[in-house]
Ligand binder design. Structure first.
Ligand code: PEP
Length: 249
């Protein structure tokens, strides 16, 4: 059975004191939940967060990594650097990485491979732009992003992949896909997986929705049968809001 997951992407927010303070608040709010809970602080705070949460049911994950094992890539961080401090999951392909750092589907395929070789789990993000949706191309765009970065993998590799559908027009904009729009796209994504890998694999992959999920809309979005959780940006920066979303399951 696939897992429910709620992951908070802190992006480039929270210095060390702010990280300490948010973690203290998260620990206070933490209750047993049916969903797996994750947070993705910045690289500089990963080790602190990992140490602070190692006995709690909150997994600390990375927001990005490079595809090379090591070498002359100034400013970058490798999978083995992450695993050496206990990080087991990485977000790849976030639309901000694609837009601001020109990450291509080909780059992302290499990053996915590097993460899997290092026994990491990947939360793979993708989603259409507003212009794609207006033109009615959202399904073909999403299908092509998934195919280019993931369809060279074996079915077994999908035990280590979580998908995150994040329509770019809904990220940080306050504009959320309606629960129906989310469900339609998640069902399409699952069908795309089914066509390539079969039903068993497709039914075991968790597909998260991301894009302005808030305490007041999480329950309805999470109630959809193909929505297995959320990738949360802005609302993950306040413990109360984040756990209101976690507890929406
Ligand atoms: C995100 O950045 O992955 C995201 C979904 O952000 P927000 O929740 O702020 O829209």
């Amino acid at each position: 059975m696939r897992k429910h997951i709620v992951a908070g992407n802190w992006k480039m927010n929270n210095d060390l004191p702010q990280t300490e303070s948010l973690i203290t608040d998260l620990k206070k709010q933490l209750q047993t939940s049916e969903a797996e809970v994750m947070i993705a602080p910045s690289f500089t705070n990963l080790w602190h967060a990992f140490e602070a949460l190692r006995l709690d049911d909150i997994e600390v994950i990375a927001q990005n990594m490079h595809f090379a094992e090591n070498g002359a890539y100034t400013g970058e961080v490798s999978a083995s650097m992450l695993t050496s401090i206990g990080i087991k999951t990485v977000i790849l392909g976030h639309s901000e990485r694609r837009a601001y750092y020109n990450e291509s589907d080909a780059d992302l395929a290499k990053k996915v491979d590097a993460a899997l070789v290092n026994n990491m789990r990947v939360i793979f993000c993708f989603g259409e732009e507003l212009s794609d949706r207006k033109a009615g191309n959202e399904e073909s765009v999403v299908k092509s992003q998934i195919e280019s970065a993931l369809f060279h993998l074996s079915a077994d590799a999908f035990n280590h992949i979580v998908l995150a559908y994040e329509p770019v027009w809904a990220i940080g904009t306050g504009e959320t896909a309606t629960p129906e729009q989310a469900q339609d796209m998640h069902a399409f994504i699952r069908k795309t997986l089914t066509d390539k890998y079969g039903e068993t694999t497709a039914n075991n992959v968790s597909i998260l929705y991301g894009g302005s999920v808030k305490p007041n809309n999480a329950k309805e979005i999470f109630s959809k049968p193909d929505v297995d959780g959320g990738l949360i940006g802005g609302a993950s920066l306040k413990a109360e809001d984040f756990f209101a979303i976690v507890n929406a399951f």
